[in-house]
Design a protein around this ligand. Structure first.
Ligand SMILES: Nc1ncnc2c1ncn2[C@@H]1O[C@H](COP(=O)(O)OP(=O)(O)OP(=O)(O)O)[C@@H](O)[C@H]1O
Ligand SMILES: [Mg+2]
Length: 216
């Protein structure tokens, strides 16, 4: 199972939207996709209309048996989010054993909460690739190289891919952001840091076709 953490320190940069649309795209390509909502806000679960009284990511990480919920999209499954996720504490690696139980899926997209809570750190440590959605605004891009550097300290070789969402090339602010993004990429010399630039609806389709290359 290919495990991808969708992460950004910063809030509101398109993590949950990317997880949802990319997951749906991969599922439509007949891949067995598992989405895991690691955020107490549960945007991903709400987006799929699945925020109810069912076992959640917190139950799953607490060692409970979990049956991911089937979504309305064929081949797309979800482990829903949990408000209590904010309180997750751990001395040991919770993710590796919990993920090992889910090997019947081909790809797993983990929607992280903003910030660097326990679940985000452990998702980063246990994933095969990290996908960072960014909005092309200077404030959002400022922390990007620091975030990548932190990841690199723990995972020197993990591929980190940056995808630009809500990309509006004609705005001045976008041009300014381009320069910051190039600078961030230059500072994070530890390649691979790939910069993916696609407009709105094309993002999920592009990422889905590209990720299929990494599946067995
Ligand atoms: N590719 C996109 N095209 C257009 N709008 C987008 C895209 N991705 C995200 N958005 C919009 O950006 C806003 C924030 O998206 P989203 O909730 O996915 O961010 P997030 O990073 O998961 O936020 P949080 O950090 O709070 O979890 C939403 O209004 C969403 O509709
Ligand atoms: Mg989110």
């Amino acid at each position: 199972m290919l495990k991808i953490a969708i992460f950004n320190f910063k809030g509101g940069t398109g993590k949950s939207t990317t997880a949802l649309n990319l997951g749906a795209c991969l599922a439509t390509s007949k891949r067995k996709v598992l989405l895991i909502d690691l955020d107490g806000q549960r945007t991903l679960s709400f987006g799929l209309g699945l925020d109810g009284d069912v076992p959640t990511a917190l139950n799953w990480l607490s060692g409970g048996e979990i049956q991911p919920v089937e979504t309305k999209t064929k081949n797309l499954w979800l482990i829903p989010g949990d408000l209590g996720m904010f309180q997750l504490e751990a001395d040991a690696d919770l993710f590796t054993p919990a993920l090992a139980k889910l090997n019947r899926f081909e790809i797993c997209l983990m929607d992280c909460s903003p910030g660097l809570g326990v679940s985000s750190v452990q998702a980063i440590l246990s994933s095969d690739r990290i996908l960072i959605p960014v909005i092309c605004e200077p404030a959002v891009l400022k922390g990007l190289s620091e975030a990548v550097q932190l990841i690199r300290e723990e995972r020197p070789n993990v591929p980190v891919d940056v995808v630009r969402v809500r990309y509006r090339p004609r705005l001045v602010i976008t041009k300014e952001s381009e320069d910051l993004l190039t600078e961030a990429a230059r500072r994070v010399r530890n390649i691979p840091l790939k910069l993916v630039k696609f407009a709105r609806d094309k993002i999920a389709l592009f990422l889905s076709n590209w990720l299929i290359n990494f599946l067995n």
